[in-house]
Design a protein around this ligand. Structure first.
Ligand SMILES: NC(=O)c1ccc[n+]([C@@H]2O[C@H](COP(=O)([O-])OP(=O)(O)OC[C@H]3O[C@@H](n4cnc5c(N)ncnc54)[C@H](O)[C@@H]3O)[C@@H](O)[C@H]2O)c1
Ligand SMILES: [Zn+2]
Length: 348
């Protein structure tokens, strides 16, 4: 009510902050007088390249579900100054890099090269120039698809890759992760599903997951079993309704390999059986729990591969021992020879 008294049709709403501020005030600007001018001033890395400047989507979460109250409202202008990034913490940097990690999987090319020379080479220790370049490349990705699909209803739904499980985790009670890191954890669930459905091969999955490993997303997961809670959020995902509802299935955006998306229809949505979605949630939650206990995804992967190397060596050793035993058995005489001390003495 107070807002209505303070605002006029000519008022300009200018949110200065992260994506949540941008979306909340973007929604208000879209509602007031059926839409007044909105000038976005993003201060977080994620908001600058992925939300405020490019997107028309303005929404807030409600009743525990993501972005379900919202509208489309085009910003009149966006002012991006990357010097705001100077005060960002590692979590906020990883959040922004998370969406760029997703773009690398979606588009390959320069988006993959960016991740190769940033997180895959030097983690999050990025220079100011790196961040300026990353912001441009991220904005370029959005422009590329929004020019064709500004309301993100078909082609640009691709930007939702990794978001189905990512959003669900983000909104589960007791889970703490940034939006962008949650998206990359969601990518691990998507590649698990894609691999199980025969859409993504093993080597391609490894290359895809390496993008996420390099970011080393952080997450806090409560001790209780959260599978059904996460699944419930997935079942209410905002990508429902594009395809005809199919009982027992959930729509998912899936990747085939880096730079190549699975395209079963113009929405890029594949029906995934709910039991497989549940399996993917269990897999990703368990993997992230182990990763957090081991000090990160990359460290956990290293120690797991060392363990699997050791078990391969053990198996190889078993095989050698087995072969030796088989060899010995093959030449074993039917009657055992007793090398008793007396026989030895005789032989001598
Ligand atoms: N509309 C869209 O198309 C779109 C796209 C992507 C993400 N989003 C939304 O954006 C949100 C994520 O945005 P976010 O990552 O900016 O999160 P956020 O808004 O929660 O900000 C993250 C944190 O960074 C702080 N912060 C912002 N700027 C800072 C600065 N310069 N220095 C220090 N701290 C700073 C904020 O106060 C906050 O604590 C999600 O809710 C997501 O749904 C919307
Ligand atoms: Zn996002």
């Amino acid at each position: 009510m107070r807002v209505c008294v303070l605002c006029r049709r000519k008022t300009v709403v200018m949110p200065v902050g992260g994506g949540i501020v941008a979306n909340t005030y973007g929604l208000a600007a879209g509602l007031l007088f059926r839409g007044i001018r909105l000038v976005q001033c993003p201060t977080s890395f994620l908001n600058a390249h992925d939300a405020a400047a490019s997107s028309q989507k303005q929404a807030i979460n409600h009743t525990g579900y993501k972005n379900i109250v919202g509208l489309y409202h085009v910003p009149t202008m966006a002012l991006i100054d990357t010097s705001f990034y100077e005060t960002l913490g590692v979590t906020e940097l990883k959040a922004g890099l998370g969406e760029l990690t997703k773009n690398a999987a979606l588009f390959g090319g320069q988006h993959y090269e960016l991740i190769k020379k940033t997180t895959m080479t030097k983690g999050v220790a990025l220079s100011g120039d790196d961040l300026v370049e990353a912001t441009y490349i991220g904005l370029g990705a959005k422009d590329m698809l929004l020019a064709i699909d500004p309301k993100e209803k078909h082609l640009a739904l691709l930007f939702e890759y990794g978001h189905t499980v990512g959003h669900a985790l983000e909104l589960t009670q007791g889970v703490r992760t940034s939006h962008g890191e949650g998206v990359t954890i969601g990518m691990l669930a998507a590649s698990y599903i894609s691999n199980k459905m025969g859409i993504m091969g093993d080597a391609d999955r490894e290359a895809h997951d390496a993008l996420v490993l390099a970011l080393d997303p952080q997450i806090e997961i409560p001790k209780r079993d959260i599978t059904e809670e996460v699944l419930d959020k997935v079942m209410h995902d905002n990508k429902r309704g594009y395809l005809p509802e199919r009982e027992g299935f959930c729509p998912f955006i899936l990747n085939q390999r880096i730079g190549e998306m699975h395209a079963p229809n113009k929405f890029y949505l594949e029906y995934v059986p709910v039991p497989l979605v549940r399996e993917a949630i269990i897999y990703v939650v368990d993997r992230m729990r182990r990763a957090m206990a081991a000090g990160g995804l990359a460290k956990a992967a290293e120690s797991e591969s060392a363990m699997s190397r050791a078990s391969t060596q053990e198996k190889e050793l078993d095989l050698v021992i087995g072969k030796t035993a088989a060899h010995v058995n093959a030449f074993r005489p039917a009657q055992p020879i007793h090398l008793a001390a007396s026989n030895l003495a005789k032989a001598a």
